[in-house]
Design a protein around this ligand. Sequence first.
Ligand code: UTP
Length: 294
Amino acid sequence: MRPVRKAVLPVAGFGTRAMPAAKATPKNLLNVFDRPILAHVVEEGRAAGIEHFIFIVGRGQGPIEDYFDHNVELESQLEAKGKVDILALATADLPQPGQMSFIRQMRANGLGHAVWCARDLIGDEPFAVMLPDMLMDAAPAALKQCIDAYQQVGGNIVAVEPAPPGQAHKYGIVSLGDTAAGFDGRLKTMTGMVEKPPPGTEPSNLFISGRYVLHPEIFALLADHQKGAGGEIQLTDAMLRLMAIQDFHALEYQGTTYDCGDVLGLLRANLAFGLKHAEHGGAVRDLAAGLLKG
Ligand code: UTP
């Protein structure tokens, strides 16, 4: 079984649901309690054994590269002033040189197109896709659970989770077949998927939640730039075509997902991460209680 060493993180979308905050700041650098969203997602990738992170970026997203690089001036100032704690925070998320790559998508033609942009860096090996506005709080890390499933059954793995009651028609929903051994019945053969099925026609209540293990054959299927829903090159369309020749499994991963792509989801993530923070959790609880009292 070939290991999953590389992850593609597409961040080149316009982030319309996060306007106006995402107008001049990359959406994924918005904060979730103590660090940008992306820092949490990269931590999840590292916990899953990812060695190389490939960001698909767009115009104005240079600050993402800067976040994951040294700021020599700042660091030498902090060092000179003996502010070692702050220096540790400022450098905590840095990769080793060569562990991150940045590719310009050039036009936001859709998620499938963004993933296709990584083809040369991925080469001929299975890889992960992490949608970074979906923040997953899980132990083991959500992507690690997917890779564990891949190591058991091979093929392609898609993380799924139950849609809120009555909301399945808003998501990409999977159809399921047999249950695989282990994983408490949460790993199932995937037989199809449908984007935003009309209410009452949903094949299940499980939606595709933003972590994938895919095989490099997907790139040939994305290469014809076939447009789908919304006039965009959709990853799900290529996955459906890949499903004709390779196995897919859906894993109902264990954990909580925070959709940080809109203002309420981001607030929810901030509260949740604040409340469980080892140092500040108590203060966050007091602060929230005080606000609720009015
Ligand atoms: P979304 O559909 O959530 O798009 O893309 P978005 O632009 O980020 O957000 P909204 O819906 O307009 O608010 C899912 C992921 O795919 C990336 C996005 O950046 C996001 O992380 N993406 C999407 C690209 O990198 N390129 C694209 O062309 C489209």
